[in-house]
Design a protein around this ligand. Structure first.
Ligand SMILES: *[C@@H]1O[C@H](CO)[C@@H](O)[C@H](O)[C@H]1NC(C)=O
Ligand SMILES: *[C@@H]1O[C@H](CO)[C@@H](O)[C@H](O)[C@H]1NC(C)=O
Ligand SMILES: *[C@@H]1O[C@H](CO)[C@@H](O)[C@H](O)[C@H]1NC(C)=O
Ligand SMILES: *[C@@H]1O[C@H](CO)[C@@H](O)[C@H](O)[C@H]1NC(C)=O
Ligand SMILES: *[C@@H]1O[C@H](CO)[C@@H](O)[C@H](O)[C@H]1NC(C)=O
Ligand SMILES: *[C@@H]1O[C@H](CO)[C@@H](O)[C@H](O)[C@H]1NC(C)=O
Ligand SMILES: *[C@@H]1O[C@H](CO)[C@@H](O)[C@H](O)[C@H]1NC(C)=O
Ligand SMILES: *[C@@H]1O[C@H](CO)[C@@H](O)[C@H](O)[C@H]1NC(C)=O
Length: 904
């Protein structure tokens, strides 16, 4: 479309303004071309890191979109609730692409969210597409009423989708460029009460971190317009021309005075400038004017962009001089009369991307003018431009750990509540029913403080992860069918007055007269009350029937605390050993753990508390039960050894406490929990293939260090996924090593008890009690199998089977691809899968002598990882397996006009 306008500025001779849109005729020609391309390309592979979802697609197997060479999968893995629909038959033929034929609508719930796996801190393009297609046969877009729903990115408002008065065949798309806040990106549809929200497709594309430098954790940007110029036939240029699958609309002009130029020469960017990575193919084409004219304007607000005035826009112009004779071309760029860039001259065959970083235009300007300067011999040209609107990511998501744990509890109790969707606490009006949050600290993430699950028909045992809900103060489980023991760390918090638990009306209370069982609302105790007396007397009594063995240890440990707890600090003993790390007193430990307030875990050796050092560093304080170490006299030599072990994949010991009453180790705190939680954290927290390989390598390197580089060697003895922690950068860190006698030089040690954990135990060690580093190799092999399959070491269903045997069975029965974690959605490299499985099976050989050493494991794992440049280090080459060629979609249809609008 092309309009002559009369708003001339005084110096100008002629001014042309236009708004961009594809011409219908070109569109249909192009659609034909596309279909041809589709028929030629039959096979292909999805690009690294692409997540492509065909919403409402019912078949759980993915299919290849041949035109795009991208594999699309169903949305069942990414969303709960909603209904699947097909668009009305009359629109199916002409759908913009295969993904627009089905959709998922959300008649229930005011907010419904998709959760997509991501890498925390990485930049992404997220695109949602909407084709109403009269799926409900109610003519909702044309019945005269408002048809409007909202979109959230994470917990922040992104945009509204307004389909009022639109042709039902029209496809609307919305794109946002955003930084993933954690290992998932959530995207929500909001019901405004003006029509049922729905979605047809959802695509997540990783960008390079250097791109769109103004996008950061607090600023996202939403697509407003993205155009390319020249003589272009495709209405939309996307992948594979653009590696990042951005949609570049064709803004081609065929009539005078516009002239389209092109070149075959490669157009690059300045070395080191990766701000936009505009494809060379796009920069090779340009539009300019006949030399009789001096200026043109671009109006990016179409009739559908009426609300542009309320937006803050950021334009980016891409220019390159492709006239080979290196002419004199210079122009100014204005935004509604105000100069944005003055006297700009494009560089030959090199892109200049002109934008004002972080400076959004306050007035919602949509009218840009390019005007030749008086000294210039040629008029302005343009190759491409992008315009984005600001999306402020001002609101904070709920505390990462609370989100993780509440989702686990939801899974544990199989809770299907419509509002339990998206972020638990934010935005407040969509917070989950039955819980309340603490928003009082305005610059901190909200925390969950009360949880009411009374009369919800819950059965079974306590959700173990409740113990990690550190900020939970009130928990009401009354009138359910909860049975089985109450975990002692929960009781401990109840007795300490930190948690108000209500359990009346549950089988677990049938013989229990404790306050939490009789429904009398207990007065909340002050937090600084020392709970020691209560714990020493009441807790053991309660636990006798439940945890007999533990009770004895407990009493031993706390036995004579009641009288002299103020004097603990005086029991510090002198040690003849020289230990370089900090020695804590009991009083200091009490202080840094806020009186042992927050339990973050329970290992084989004791309870782990969260603590904060004086300098603000977070630590994990492991309080050892005296009896958990065979001889407590071994403790200091052990600490001395551990304090000397430093490796990036081994948890760092910060300090210790040792006196008559206190035996504790202080480690760096690992905010991302452990590998077991990540691997089995439900469908939403899925590690990708390459992240998995990296964590496997991290763990192997940590073990290699203690096996090969420590003298004497240290055998971990309890290698398992819960002992592989993740730091904030998702680097695997081995913990719980070294709490075992160090080795003699012969690499053998006779031990009288079989250490280790069920499922990870080396059968040879189990039989002989002969402990060598090969014992760890066996356990490591199990870990590697868990990483690959996502399954626990011992499977219970349909019958108990050890993971290595299950893997052997599957390989024997068919393809190795049946072994791999289904949540990877076939996004993995087949070659590295084969090597990974071979290596794991080699590690779990029955005879220790046949297992590789850790050094060999490390070098074989390194070969599984593709050698990629640093910026791409978390991407994987996906090799999709298409199980049903019949499901391949042809993409574009041949005869009709494609209507695609980035409408607002
Ligand atoms: C929708 O529109 C079509 C054609 O305009 C009409 O035949 C049909 O009755 C309408 N359906 C409803 C439910 O209004
Ligand atoms: C952040 O939350 C406040 C209060 O709920 C709301 O008014 C505001 O619109 C939110 N901001 C965004 C970008 O969603
Ligand atoms: C939605 O679109 C309709 C028709 O163009 C318009 O009348 C209405 O004001 C729009 N509503 C909003 C909230 O943008
Ligand atoms: C545009 O390109 C097509 C082929 O892609 C060509 O046939 C046509 O002549 C070109 N038009 C102009 C004005 O250069
Ligand atoms: C361009 O300008 C020249 C000289 O001023 C004139 O001769 C020519 O006709 C003009 N061309 C058009 C298409 O207006
Ligand atoms: C290319 O540059 C030369 C030299 O300035 C000029 O004469 C010619 O008109 C230019 N071509 C176009 C299409 O602008
Ligand atoms: C994000 O970028 C904006 C400008 O685009 C800047 O003002 C802001 O300080 C940045 N925020 C962070 C957290 O880097
Ligand atoms: C789903 O696809 C598989 C293979 O791709 C096919 O065997 C199966 O019949 C399909 N199921 C449905 C419900 O269409």
């Amino acid at each position: 479309m092309f309009l002559a306008s009369k708003h001339c500025k005084n110096q100008s001779r002629t001014m042309i303004s236009f708004s961009c849109s594809a011409s219908p005729k070109l569109t249909s020609i192009l659609a034909l071309l596309l279909i041809l391309v589709t028929m030629i390309q039959v096979n292909g592979q999805s690009p690294p890191g692409f997540i492509s979802i065909d919403c409402g697609w019912e078949n759980s197997s993915a299919y290849l979109n041949g035109a795009l060479n991208i594999v699309y999968s169903s949305d069942v893995w990414f969303v709960e609730g909603g209904q699947n629909h097909q668009i009305s038959p009359e629109f199916i033929e002409d759908a913009f692409n295969g993904q627009q034929k089905t959709l998922r609508s959300f008649p229930g719930g005011s907010r419904n969210c998709y959760t997509l796996p991501s890498t925390a801190g990485k930049k992404y393009l997220l695109r949602a597409m909407f084709t109403y297609g009269n799926y409900d046969r109610l003519n909702k877009t044309l019945d005269g009423s408002l048809f409007l729903f909202g979109l959230h990115i994470g917990v922040n408002f992104w945009e509204a989708v307004n389909l009022t008065n639109w042709d039902p065949s029209v496809t609307v798309f919305k794109e946002v460029l955003t930084v993933a806040p954690s290992n998932s990106v959530s995207f929500c549809l909001i019901n405004f009460g003006s029509g049922i929200p729905f979605i047809s497709s959802l695509e997540l594309r990783p960008l390079q971190d250097t791109m769109y430098p103004f996008v950061n954790t607090s600023v996202s940007v939403s697509y407003f317009k993205r155009c390319r110029f020249g003589n272009i036939t495709d209405p939309i240029t996307r992948y594979p021309v653009d590696d990042y699958d951005r949609f570049w609309e064709s803004c081609t002009f065929t009539s005078y005075p516009f002239i389209n130029l092109n070149t075959n020469k490669n157009v690059g960017s300045l070395p080191g400038n990766n701000d936009f990575n505009v494809p060379s193919a796009i920069l090779q084409q340009t539009s300019t004017l006949d030399t009789n004219y001096s200026r043109f304007s671009i109006n990016v607000a179409s009739a559908y962009n009426k609300d542009a005035l309320s937006l803050q826009l950021l334009p980016i112009f891409h220019f390159t001089e492709i006239n080979g004779s290196n002419p004199n071309r210079r122009f100014d760029i204005f935004s509604t009369g105000e100069v944005l860039f003055q006297g700009f001259s494009p560089s030959p065959l090199q892109v200049d991307s002109m934008y004002k970083s972080g400076q959004f235009l306050q007035k919602g300007d949509t009218f840009f003018t390019l005007d030749k300067t008086p000294g210039s011999s040629l008029p302005p040209l343009i190759n491409a431009f992008e315009v984005y609107s600001l999306v402020q990511m001002e609101n904070l998501t709920t505390d990462f750990n609370d989100v993780y744990n509440i989702k686990q509890i939801k899974t544990h109790y199989n809770l299907a509540r419509t509002s339990w969707n998206g972020d638990p606490c934010w935005p407040r009006e969509y917070s989950w029913e039955g819980l309340t949050c603490d928003y009082s600290k305005s610059n901190q993430n909200p925390r969950i403080v009360t949880l009411n699950l009374s009369t919800s028909g819950l059965g079974g045992r306590f959700a173990i992860l409740l113990m990690n809900m550190m900020s939970l103060e009130n928990f009401n489980l009354s009138n359910n069918k909860i049975d089985g023991p109450i975990p002692y760390y929960i009781l401990q918090r109840v007795q300490a007055g930190l948690l108000d638990l209500r359990l009346e009306g549950n089988p677990v209370c049938s013989n229990n007269k404790d306050s939490y069982c009789i429904g009398k609302k207990k007065k909340k105790r002050r937090r600084n009350t020392t709970p020691i007396l209560l714990i020493a007397v009441i807790v053991p009594v309660v636990l006798i029937s439940l945890l007999v063995g533990m009770c004895i240890l407990w009493k031993l440990y706390w036995k004579d605390k009641s009288g002299d707890n103020e004097n603990y600090a005086m029991y510090e003993e002198e040690t003849p050993l020289h230990i370089d790390i900090r020695r804590f007193t009991y009083t200091e430990l009490k202080l840094i753990t806020n009186n042992f307030h927050s339990i973050i875990g329970k290992g084989g050796f004791g309870i782990v508390y969260h603590g904060i050092l004086e300098n603000g560093d977070e630590v994990a304080v492991k309080v050892l039960m005296e009896t958990s170490i065979a001889e407590s006299t071994d403790f200091l030599p052990e600490v001395q050894t551990l304090s000397k072990v430093h490796h990036k994949n081994l948890v760092t010991l910060q300090g210790y406490c040792q006196n008559k009453k206190c035996l504790a180790l202080v480690y760096d705190f690992m905010p991302r929990g452990n590998l077991q939680q990540l691997l089995r954290g439900g469908d939403v927290y899925c590690l990708n293939w390459e992240q998995r390989l990296h964590i496997a390598l991290d763990a192997a390197q940590g073990l290699e260090y203690i096996h090969e580089l420590c003298t004497p060697s240290i055998v971990h003895r309890d290698v398992k996924t819960p002992n592989i922690l993740l730091n904030k950068n998702m680097v695997g860190i081995i913990s719980d090593f070294g709490l075992s006698p160090a080795f003699n030089d012969a690499h053998t040690h006779i031990s009288t008890v079989a250490a280790g954990t069920f499922g990870y135990l080396d059968p040879e060690y189990h039989a002989s009690f002969k402990l060598t580093v090969k014992t760890d190799i066996y356990s490591y092999g199990i870990v590697l199998l868990e990483i690959i399959t996502g399954q626990p070491p011992v499977l219970m269903d349909p019958q108990t089977i050890h993971l290595p045997n299950r893997v052997r069975q599957k390989i024997a029965n068919g393809s190795i691809h049946d072994v791999v974690d289904k949540r990877l959605l076939d996004q993995y490299d087949a070659h590295s899968l084969q090597s990974g499985v071979d290596l794991a099976m080699n590690c779990v050989e029955n005879a220790a002598i046949n297992r590789p050493t850790m050094t060999e494991v490390v070098s074989r794992l390194k070969m599984c990882l593709p050698a990629v440049p640093e910026q791409l280090h978390l991407m994987v080459t996906g090799v999709p397996t298409i199980s049903n060629e019949g499901n391949i979609q042809t993409g574009y249809s041949g005869t009709s006009e494609i209507s695609i609008l980035s409408g607002r």
